[in-house]
Design a protein around this ligand. Structure first.
Ligand code: GAR
Length: 197
């Protein structure tokens, strides 16, 4: 699979470490970033993984970025794309070419709090429970069919940092579980519903 990231890369790290287990059923063959200074990209390079930086300025316009991305993915026969903190909307060409084969992790219980700063949105709204979601990617933003969700309680003394930290710990367990289910052929997409075999 390929991991796309824009920043820190802790979810990439969790996926990479899970992929090393003999029973994981998958491996990471490519890490792509739209940010050449992304710590996650540098870490992938250090590990010795194949990495690609796609410069959003040079590949100005979504179609050029998508074309190049699809080329890189197809060249490596990627079966699954994981968006792990990739802060860019994927272009149509990518979403259509890899329909049903792109997973995203989001730090809230979708459909609540899509988009940016999901943890801040949850705190400002005053929910007692938030969490994280792994979902298939469609043409919308954070709208695709939900694969797995994990609740995280919002505590009275929580601020954005403390809540984000606990949600992130849950993300690191949830994303690898979803990827394993995908590669085991255990995710069955029926309209908007994902049945787990
Ligand atoms: C994670 O919390 C992920 O859920 C979030 O960005 C963070 C990336 O952290 N993604 C989104 O908000 C996407 N809408 P990481 O780089 O340490 O994995």
């Amino acid at each position: 699979m390929a991991v796309l990231l824009s920043g820190r890369g802790s979810n990439f790290n969790a996926l990479y470490h899970d992929s090393l287990a003999s029973d994981s059923g998958y491996r990471v063959v490519l890490v792509v970033s739209d940010n050449k200074a992304a710590p996650g990209l540098l870490r992938a390079r250090e590990i010795g993984l194949d990495t690609v930086f796609l410069d959003p300025e040079l590949l100005s316009g979504c179609p050029a970025f998508s074309r190049q991305l699809v080329k890189e993915l197809q060249f490596r026969n990627v079966d699954l794309i994981c968006l792990a903190g990739f802060m860019r909307i994927l272009g149509r060409q990518v979403v259509d070419t890899y329909a049903g084969r792109i997973l995203n992790i989001h730090p809230a219980l979708l459909p609540a709090f899509p988009g940016l700063n999901a943890q801040r949105q949850a705190l400002e709204y005053g929910v007692k429970c938030s969490g994280c979601t792994v979902h298939f990617v469609d043409r919308g933003m954070d709208t695709g069919p939900i694969v797995l969700q994990q609740c995280v309680e919002v505590l009275d003394h929580d601020n954005e940092d403390s809540l984000s930290r606990r949600i992130l710990e849950a993300e690191h367990r949830l994303f690898p579980r979803a990827v394993r289910l995908f590669f085991a052929g255990n995710l069955c997409l029926e309209g908007r519903r994902v049945r787990i075999k």
